[in-house]
Write a protein of this length. Structure first.
Ligand SMILES: Cc1cc2nc3c(=O)[nH]c(=O)nc-3n(C[C@H](O)[C@H](O)[C@H](O)COP(=O)(O)O)c2cc1C
Length: 199
């Protein structure tokens, strides 16, 4: 059974990205995946303090809720990450998680231990984001960040679902086609993992 971690990065529990990610989780579970849901706003997580104690073991030295998320990422075959656009970037909750994963970057690049077993296919990542405005470049900076983040955690950015023009809580409910797309993506992700494994 494929293990997946779904990370909710919005401060809103029932915001647009949360509703979309819930659909992706539902799609993945329908395909038999075991999905762990992580709601960043419920966790106590310090920002990265740049002490680089992770150089010794590849593990962050700050003892807080990140430790559990670190294990969940290492155990997963796929990561589903959802964040709203805040000032053309990910939310602060999401950015704190990303920076704490510098320990995984260190593990991979300095300690030369891949965060996933090299004999098995790497992780796949689904990124979901929404912004209120409609500009062409709305997601450009964030996608650079997310690509680099996923690379650090040994995760291929398999698909991004990006929606413009959604602002107030629940705006996405006016777009059942977006929710359907997220549900499909969740299922497709698990099918893609299974086809990798069958190779
Ligand atoms: C602090 C803050 C910064 C924001 N910055 C942007 C922005 O740069 N561009 C944009 O289009 N929307 C911006 N928004 C709007 C959110 O992206 C939008 O409300 C989104 O639907 C929130 O998603 P959520 O419901 O999943 O939290 C911002 C909202 C907040 C609270």
């Amino acid at each position: 059974m494929s293990k997946v971690v779904a990370i909710y990065g919005s401060p809103r529990r029932k915001g647009n990205t949360a509703l979309l990610l819930q659909e992706a989780v539902r799609g993945a579970r329908q395909e038999g995946a075991e999905v762990e849901e992580v709601v960043l706003r419920d966790l106590k997580m310090s920002p990265c303090l740049e002490i680089y104690a992770c150089r010794n073991s590849g593990r962050c030295a700050i003892q807080d809720d990140f430790q559990k998320v670190y294990d969940s990422i290492l155990e997963s075959r796929a990561v589903m990450l959802a964040s709203p656009i805040f000032f053309y970037a990910v939310s602060a909750h999401t950015k704190i998680l990303m920076d704490r994963c510098q320990s995984l970057w260190v593990r991979k690049h300095w300690l030369e231990e891949a965060s996933s077993d090299r004999s098995s296919p790497g992780r796949k990542g689904l990124f979901i984001s929404v912004g209120a405005t409609k500009g062409k470049k709305l997601f450009d900076g964030t996608l650079l960040t997310v690509r680099y983040y996923f690379e650090a955690i040994d995760c291929e950015l398999w698909k991004s679902l990006l929606y413009r023009g959604l602002d107030f809580e629940g705006d996405v409910l006016q777009h059942p086609e977006y929710l359907e797309e997220a549900f499909q993506a969740g299922g497709d992700l698990i099918r893609a993992l299974e086809s990798d494994e069958a190779r």
